[in-house]
Ligand binder design. Structure first.
Ligand code: FE2
Ligand code: FE2
Length: 170
């Protein structure tokens, strides 16, 4: 057994092998390293533009966390419940990790909780649109980041949200 750790969210995983992607934040496998080699990808200081983008990212992640939670709890379909439970957890992890960059406590917020509708199909379509906007936003944020660490961080988030587009395309 080995101890692995994620460079993006900082969570720890104990297992025989690296998971295919981070079970907590969804970061791709290359961000998962042995705990001995681990360091969180984080910039020592933040430019104004990156701080603004991190705040926007936090709003986006909290909103999606809540929307996905509401969909998961409202659906009668086991697969839809499961998918949205998983998505909500990943987005919650993103919100927590973003707070580490901003060095703030995670705010309590209900924003997005009221956005789930009765139709699974409509909720999946809404999720797909949210993930597409997230990918676009993280690509812009990566492009604008002056700090190499944040450039990499935003790119990692972009990859994760792109995986969610694939998931909600099906
Ligand atoms: Fe992670
Ligand atoms: Fe996210």
């Amino acid at each position: 057994m080995k101890v692995y750790r994620c460079n993006i969210c900082g969570e720890v995983y104990i297992g025989e092998e690296k998971p295919g992607s981070c079970p907590f934040c969804g970061a791709h496998q290359n961000y998962f390293v042995l705990a001995k080699e681990w360091s969180l990808i984080k910039s020592a200081s933040l430019s104004d533009v990156s701080r603004e983008n991190l705040k926007k990212a936090l709003d986006l992640e909290i909103n999606n966390t809540n929307f996905y939670k509401a969909v998961s709890e409202g659906s009668k379909d086991t697969y839809v419940q499961s998918m949205f439970k998983g998505l909500s957890k990943v987005e919650r992890e993103h919100a927590s990790a973003i707070c580490k960059h901003l060095e703030i406590q995670k705010p309590d917020s209900d924003v997005g909780l009221d956005k789930a509708v009765d139709s699974d199909q409509d909720n999946i379509a809404e999720a797909n649109g949210r993930e597409r906007r997230a990918v676009k936003f993280y690509a812009e944020a990566a492009g604008q980041a002056l700090e190499p660490e944040l450039k990499e961080y935003f790119k990692a988030l972009m990859q994760i949200e792109a995986d969610h587009i694939v998931l909600t395309d099906e």
